[in-house]
Design a protein around this ligand. Structure first.
Ligand code: GLU
Length: 277
């Protein structure tokens, strides 16, 4: 069985990098006689817009991709995410954090700390709000909740392990190299790392194909799978499409939006050639 997915957030136009990612996953699913899924990562409702979602469907259809419908949407799955958070809370693996980004930067770069260390989510959380013993009582609503990474790692009876392309990877020292990641954001109920893990599992995704900008986040996902008793898919992080200056494309790069190339008369074949497929 081979199931893969493309999971864009409808927060702007899809660009050549998205086209490459979606076509790589779709091509691979076709070769393997498997299934390609489209998922709409619309957890951050403050940034998602219906017209961007409509354009995702339109652009991917124009590129010749096909997927089963209806598609999964994160905004309909908040209860699922909440249930997983409650389980972690009851296991004493979460705590509430009231630090702002500025607080974190300041604490992490305090003179006695040396240069701030960076993990997959940016500056590694210095642990300001981490309690000495797990919090008791009901899980707070509309709060930032962090995973106590040391405690979480202590619950594992065997080392983490996963496959990246044909390599076997064993992440180590997560409390030092990743830190206490955010699993619930105040405004969104859940955070990306938790949602993506539950979505991939519920969609029975066997192969995650995505950009190498997410390679470092994979260890967090594999840890969460273990804590939740979910299977770990195989991972393949592909090269990123860059502009002439070597910068990776972003949603603001309208000039490289698929819709722009379409409007200028390019064909799906031209787009394939532009990204080296
Ligand atoms: N919505 C995420 C993104 O666009 C998906 C990440 C993933 O594929 O896991 O970056």
């Amino acid at each position: 069985m081979f199931i893969t997915r493309f999971a864009p957030s409808p927060t702007g136009p899809l660009h050549l990098g998205h086209a490459f990612s979606a076509m790589s996953a779709h091509d691979r699913a076709c070769r393997e006689g498997g299934t390609f899924l489209l998922r709409i990562d619309d957890l951050d409702q403050s940034r998602c817009r219906p017209h961007w979602e409509a354009q995702i469907f339109d652009d991917l259809g124009w590129l010749g991709l096909d997927w089963p419908r209806p598609v999964m949407r994160q905004s309909t799955r908040l209860l699922r995410y909440r249930d997983a958070l409650k389980m972690f809370w009851n296991q004493g693996l979460l705590y509430q954090c009231s630090c702002s980004r500025a607080d974190i930067r300041a604490a992490a770069s305090a003179p006695q700390e040396g240069a701030p260390l960076h993990g997959p989510d940016g500056v590694i959380y210095p642990g300001t709000c981490r309690p000495a013993t797990p919090p008791t009582g009901a899980m707070p609503e509309e709060a930032v909740l962090r995973l106590d990474m040391s405690r979480a790692c202590e619950t594992l009876s065997t080392p983490l392990i996963y496959k990246e392309k044909s390599e076997t990877i064993m992440p180590r020292n997560l409390p030092q190299t990743v830190g206490d990641v955010v699993l619930a954001r105040r405004d969104m109920g859940a955070a990306y790392h938790l949602a993506v893990v539950l979505d991939d599992a519920d969609q029975r995704v066997t192969h995650v194909i995505r950009g190498e900008d997410l390679a470092d986040a994979t260890q967090i996902h594999v840890l969460l799978q273990r804590l939740l008793g979910l299977p770990t898919p195989a991972y393949h992080h592909h090269r990123l499409i860059r502009d002439e200056g070597g910068r990776r494309l972003a949603k603001r790069d309208d000039a490289r939006a698929i819709a722009t190339y379409r409007a200028e008369g390019a064909s799906p074949r031209d787009v394939r050639a532009m990204v080296g497929l």
